[in-house]
Design a protein around this ligand. Structure first.
Ligand code: PAF
Length: 278
């Protein structure tokens, strides 16, 4: 496994074998099974696998959140070596955003709701860095987790709108045994908060059951999810949404496909989760 910091080193390595297919797994490090399942899928579907590890400052709208983001490069590299990754890019902020940097990629409407409303500028940072990653690696396929449902929708929109020559592959959300979606942020939960953090999964599961039993009123389904979350004393809802999976417009009725999603602070740690219905 080759690990490089400089863009030119990545390009040279990537183009040494121009006829082989490349899969890229973009990450911000502190890897867990969610990331590794994407790496495993990329390994199975491509001749070569690249991974980027970069805590991207432009997608954080809160300096404390950026500073406190968990990091462990040594362990990440050990895990990636075991998975048989070929090439890892670990750039510095100055490499991705050199002093004269002033070009951003912005997807419009669908970034203004949900995570975008709660975290202004977040998706502009994501789409900008993902564009850079795609330009540096020029991967045939790039792998993202369904846990960040809106990120996936936004990146797919960007790829289609700007004709990036990269297929976007989505991996299922990986969960702990009690249903909590795996996330690098879970490490910040106190033992009690960790127990209560299952309220997101419970809320989604109960909404799914209600849907399967015939409930189609999105207002009632949202209310149901809010009621479940309210039983966790450490939980504070940021948003609970039932939206169209492409436009992200909030729905009155779940007629066709719908994205059920939520962001909840559990003892101050912001967690997200979602499911697509049916
Ligand atoms: O999902 C993430 O970890 C990040 O948003 C990504 C896609 C690596 C961009 O920084």
């Amino acid at each position: 496994m080759k690990v490089f910091t400089q863009i030119q080193e990545i390009r040279t390595q990537r183009w040494q074998e121009p006829l082989l297919s490349w899969g890229l797994v973009p990450t911000m490090g502190y890897l867990h099974q969610g990331h590794l399942s994407l790496v495993q899928r990329a390994r199975a579907e491509n001749d070569r696998v690249g991974v980027s590890i970069f805590v991207n400052p432009t997608q954080f709208n809160d300096a404390k959140d950026l500073e406190g983001y968990p990091r462990n490069l040594e362990r990440d590299l050990e895990l990636l070596e075991i998975e048989g990754v070929d090439l890892v890019w670990t750039p510095t902020s100055e490499i991705v955003y050199p002093p004269l940097f002033q070009t951003y990629v912005e997807v419009e409407q669908i970034t203004r709701v949900l995570e975008g409303a709660a975290r202004p500028g977040h998706f502009r940072g994501v789409t900008t860095v993902v564009s850079t990653l795609f330009n540096v690696f020029q991967p045939h396929r790039a792998y993202f987790g369904q846990k960040d449902a809106q990120q996936v929708i936004v990146i797919k929109r960007m790829v289609e709108d700007l004709n990036f020559n990269t297929e976007i592959v989505i991996g299922a959300t990986q969960r702990e045994a009690d249903g909590l979606a795996m996330s690098s942020r879970n490490v910040k939960l106190s033992p009690e908060a960790r127990q209560q953090a299952t309220c997101l999964h419970h809320a989604l599961s109960q909404a799914k059951t209600a849907y399967e039993q015939g409930e189609r009123d999105a207002h009632k389904l949202r209310r149901l999810m809010l009621d479940v979350i309210s039983q966790a004393s450490l939980a504070r809802v940021d948003y609970v949404s039932i939206a169209h999976p492409t436009t992200l417009a909030e729905l009155d009725t779940v007629a066709d496909q719908a994205l059920f999603s939520m962001a909840v602070f559990v003892d101050g740690v912001r967690l997200i989760d979602n499911m697509i219905i049916p």
